[in-house]
Design a protein around this ligand. Structure first.
Ligand SMILES: Cc1cc2nc3c(=O)[nH]c(=O)nc-3n(C[C@H](O)[C@H](O)[C@H](O)COP(=O)(O)OP(=O)(O)OC[C@H]3O[C@@H](n4cnc5c(N)ncnc54)[C@H](O)[C@@H]3O)c2cc1C
Length: 387
């Protein structure tokens, strides 16, 4: 057998599975279709390492707790990449979420994270980055964390490589055949086909997941998904007082955040049916974000001020409910119940990548060789500094 685990995709999920498997002492290979890691969704997120305060509204308590625990590990193991920032939640006469609701949410969030929150006194409101104060009822303040998503992904992959994981770029997986005891996988690189064998394949291809599942014959691992685009925009001028969590006219939450000396605003939700590699922000989404920003800040943005805009794709289970309210944890599907040969990852959070990878290992345990030497525990593994 060439490898114990072959991971398809070098986004955060693929990098995390590679790191966890390498740390357990398995022989691991990552195959990535592009020429570097994190060119898919993992460079287009909102860059938050957070429990997701708003997931409390849809009672996703376990997800929030898990993400807050993971936030604590990342603050400890990657202080150069993940740092706490102040979040502000302004509540106006006209916003749907009332102060008591935010208060209860923040109490639960504080219990899960052991970090408190407070109300910003009225005399401090004028210092809040030009936030409009007319009809303002209250401003809550709490802590969450921010990262550079692509940088974090590269660092997790580098950590896997330090433990002997190999990575091949420009390597597109085009097929596989699943045998009883192992898999044989085919990928295309430099106009030629290559074949490898492995005990297990992990399909960590984000928005490409169902296409790759079909191409590797994982059959039963396919499920109906919606791809939902989320757009961010960037404008000159950095906000200084932390991040703002504001409510759009349709009730969705939009973040206004400092980002590398500028201000980043996101995100939207628009159904997407095309090729994941060709996702681009729509004009209507850019306008939506400008409208939300202008509703809450004295500065009035115009479209010409947008210096950068990008969109990423969420993988969400098909459902009648709005994308905003659908579950955000990772769904793991296998080709068979006992000793799976393929595990496919649907959806998930940047924040929970390490925990998700441990769950994948648990699923694969019976398919993998027992004879190995554990190298590290990812809970205590410092992430390397990378460019
Ligand atoms: C708009 C938006 C905002 C978000 N914000 C946050 C946030 O603030 N915090 C948070 O915790 N989470 C957030 N998320 C979720 C998080 O970003 C994603 O869950 C995560 O980045 C997905 O990573 P991935 O590795 O699954 O997919 P990707 O990063 O897309 O990686 C998949 C990889 O597979 C490769 N690939 C595809 N097909 C093949 C093939 N045939 N052969 C080889 N390689 C292949 C691709 O090239 C790509 O590199 C957000 C998501 C979106 C869309």
């Amino acid at each position: 057998m060439d490898y114990d685990v072959i991971v398809i995709g070098a986004g955060i999920q693929g990098a995390a599975v590679a790191q966890a498997a390498a740390a357990e002492g398995y022989k691991v290979l990552v195959l990535e279709q592009f020429d570097q890691p994190a060119l898919g969704t993992s460079c287009k997120s909102s860059k938050l390492i957070h429990g997701g305060l708003r997931y409390l509204e849809t009672a996703q308590f376990a997800l929030v707790k898990e993400c807050l625990d993971e936030r604590a590990f990342l603050l400890k193991n990657a202080p150069h990449l993940v740092h706490l920032v102040k979040f502000r939640i302004p509540v106006y006469k006209f916003t749907g979420r009332r102060p008591w609701k935010i208060f209860i949410g923040l109490c639960i969030y504080s219990l899960f994270s052991w970090k408190g929150f407070r109300r910003v006194p009225k005399k401090r409101w004028a210092a809040l980055d030009g936030l409009k104060t007319k009809d303002l009822n209250a401003v809550f303040s709490y802590y969450d964390a921010q990262t550079d998503d692509a940088h974090l992904t590269r660092s997790v992959l580098a950590s896997a490589e330090e433990m002997s994981c190999k990575t091949e770029y420009n390597a597109t997986v085009i097929g596989a055949s699943l045998k009883d005891q192992h898999c044989s996988l085919t990928y295309q690189q430099d106009d030629s086909s290559h074949q490898l064998t492995a005990a297990v394949i992990v399909n960590a291809t984000g928005p490409w997941v169902d296409r790759v599942s079909a191409s590797i014959g994982a059959g039963e691992t396919q499920r109906d998904i919606d791809l939902v685009a989320g757009t961010h925009i960037e404008v000159e001028g950095e906000i200084k007082e932390g991040m703002y969590y504001v409510e759009a006219h349709d009730g969705r939450v939009v973040f206004v955040m400092p980002w590398k000396g500028r201000t980043m605003i996101g995100t939207t939700e628009a159904p997407y049916l095309g090729d994941p590699a060709k996702i681009e922000p729509l004009e209507s989404e850019i306008e939506y974000l400008i409208t939300v920003y202008n509703k809450y800040f004295e500065r009035q943005l115009v479209k010409e001020e947008v210096i950068n805009a990008w969109a990423g794709l969420r993988v969400l289970p098909v459902a009648k409910s709005s994308a905003f309210n659908r579950p955000r944890d990772t769904l793991m599907l296998t080709d068979r119940e006992q000793a799976p040969r393929v595990v496919s990852l649907y959806g998930g959070k940047l924040t929970a990548h390490r925990h998700m990878a441990q769950d994948v290992l648990t699923l694969m345990r019976d398919s993998l060789p027992q004879d190995r030497t554990k190298i590290a525990d990812t809970k205590n593994l410092k992430l390397p500094v990378v460019d």
